[in-house]
Design a protein around this ligand. Structure first.
Ligand code: NAD
Length: 484
């Protein structure tokens, strides 16, 4: 197979040579072979990218000063160029991180253009001024302004969609951006940069500089950055929050999760199984909001365990580029080691493995782990408390709704969740008492209209919806005197 290789960065609206000799090799988690390479950013490259974003933001006639309609026209062209590359974007993501291709087409090929148009339109429709009759007389004239240069740092699991949760509102608001993709998923990021160049984004508005943690840390601390938007692990998020606290730099953090699916006693299991797959094993178990704790009523516990065991066994494991594949490999050997460590822990703590737990038979390369279900354990088991980030479920029994909610809410995290019932309103009432940022009823979808994000160790701030736009704006008030 020919490899995909880049030797320049997209900085300041063009392709620029790296300052250092470093290269990032990208390996397929399916074949373990090298599939491409890009230059690794040095701190000097980050400095150049921030300087370009800073100049583009500060210019008297720069991006920030454009009318939202003008920005929307450019971002619509960007969306069109991304759509033209959607199938190659999906293919690259599937090649790099093992995401099944049908899912990559939805999340990675499709969603970025939707987000660009959604946030551009929101800016076009937003009133320029919010005039408020003063409570103490006079008038308060409130306006919103782009916050400045944004450092966007993203993980490898859903790289394009997560990038555009940040890029779309930031660019629509008039901010300029330095994007640091994760080392594992850079080839899709460079394709995105090609789309930006083809769309004619003004120089410096978007800059793409890949590298590891140190490069990310340099970007977070950079004096030219006004706002940090981070998605990744809770450990890294905590470090970034500390730095931003010291600098008094606004920061949004989308971090890890250990969400619960609550199956109420009237759930129609057969009708729910396909959607339950979508909240448990999706993307090989590598999504932050997945419901890796499944809470089942005692009265139907063995039925639920059997259904999930059957579901896991029915999933085709294999090459993510095969449209029939439901479970691809984990992103790396290190990630597989971590997941296998948790499976060993589940067994050693006495949970009952009902299916999976090993590497799939007949596949002798790639970082695959079988879809795995553990039963007869409670919420105190290590695998019920810690984020595994792999296809491993804990099925936990509960006596009644009160206990189900107590278990669901007994977590360091609070990102997603779901409630399943034949009675949608009953489920919605229970969902309203789940302590997390988002909860689905009989399904789970991150709709662009509504805020997405977490509480507790799952992060701070929100993406999507008007709330997601507002994190890239600062507020300005002019107090007008009373008339007469
Ligand atoms: P990670 O935190 O190791 O890395 C994420 C990104 O941050 C990478 O680009 C990395 O290079 C960079 N980075 C790491 N440490 C940094 C630091 N100190 N300063 C600046 N940049 C730094 O996470 P990961 O292992 O790549 O991703 C998996 C994690 O991401 C999981 O915990 C998952 O739950 C979380 N995640 C959260 C969401 C969400 O929306 N809440 C979405 C996807 C993934």
């Amino acid at each position: 197979m020919t490899t995909i290789d880049y030797r320049e960065f997209y900085i300041d609206g063009g392709w620029q040579s790296p300052t250092g000799p470093g290269l990032l090799d990208v390996r397929s988690p399916t074949t373990e072979n090298t599939i491409g390479s890009v230059p690794a950013a040095s701190t000097a490259d980050i400095d150049r990218a921030v300087a370009a974003a800073r100049a583009a933001f500060d210019a008297p006639d720069g991006w920030a000063t454009w009318h939202p309609k003008q920005r929307a026209e450019v971002l619509d062209r960007f969306a069109t160029e991304l759509e033209a590359r959607a199938s190659e974007t999906s293919r690259r993501v599937a090649l790099q991180n093992g995401m099944p291709i049908w899912l990559a087409e939805q999340f990675e090929g499709g969603f970025p253009a939707v987000l660009l148009r959604y946030f551009s339109q929101m800016m076009v429709d937003a009133p320029a001024v919010d005039e408020r009759a003063g409570f103490l007389g006079g008038t308060a004239r409130v306006t919103r302004h782009p916050i400045g240069v944004v450092a966007a740092i993203v993980p490898w699991n859903v790289p394009q969609a997560i990038s555009f949760l940040k890029l779309a509102p930031a660019l629509a608001a008039g901010c300029t951006v330095v994007l640091k993709p994760a080392e594992e998923t850079v080839l899709d990021a460079f394709l995105m940069a090609e789309a930006a160049a083809a769309a004619g984004l003004p120089a410096g508005v978007l800059n793409v500089v890949p590298g590891g943690r140190d490069i990310g840390a340099h970007l977070v601390e950079h004096p030219g950055v006004d706002k940090v938007s981070f998605t990744g692990s809770t450990v890294a998020g905590r470090t970034i929050a500390e730095v931003c606290g010291r600098l008094l730099r606004p920061v949004t953090l989308e971090l890890g999760g250990k969400s619960a699916a609550i199956l109420l006693d009237d759930v129609d299991l057969d009708a729910s199984l396909e959607s339950l797959f979508g909240v448990t094993f999706l993307n090989n178990g590598q999504i932050c909001w997945l419901n890796t704790r499944v809470l089942a009523p005692q009265s139907r516990y063995s039925e639920v365990v059997d259904a999930l065991t059957g579901l896991a066994e029915s999933l085709k494991v294999g090459d993510p580029l095969d449209p029939a594949t439901k479970i691809g490999p984990l992103v790396s050997a290190r990630q597989r080691e971590r997941v296998e460590g948790y499976i060993a822990k589940g067994k050693s703590e006495g949970a009952r493995l009902t299916t999976g737990g090993g590497r799939p038979a007949g596949i002798d390369q790639g970082y695959f782990v079988e879809p795995t279900v553990f039963a007869d354990l409670d919420n105190n088991a290590t695998i019920s408390r810690e984020e595994i980030f792999g296809p491993v479920l804990s099925v936990i029994p509960f006596a009644d709704e009160t206990e189900a909610l107590a278990i669901a809410n007994d977590s360091e995290y609070g990102l997603g969740g779901s409630v399943w019932s034949a009675d949608v309103e009953r489920a919605a009432t229970v969902a309203g008492r789940v302590k997390s940022g988002t909860v689905g009823v009989n399904h789970y979808t991150n709709d662009p209209v509504a805020p997405f994000g977490g509480i507790k160790n799952s992060g701070m701030g929100r993406e999507l919806g008007p709330e997601g736009l507002h994190t890239f704006q600062h507020l300005h008030t002019v107090y007008l005197p009373p008339v007469g």
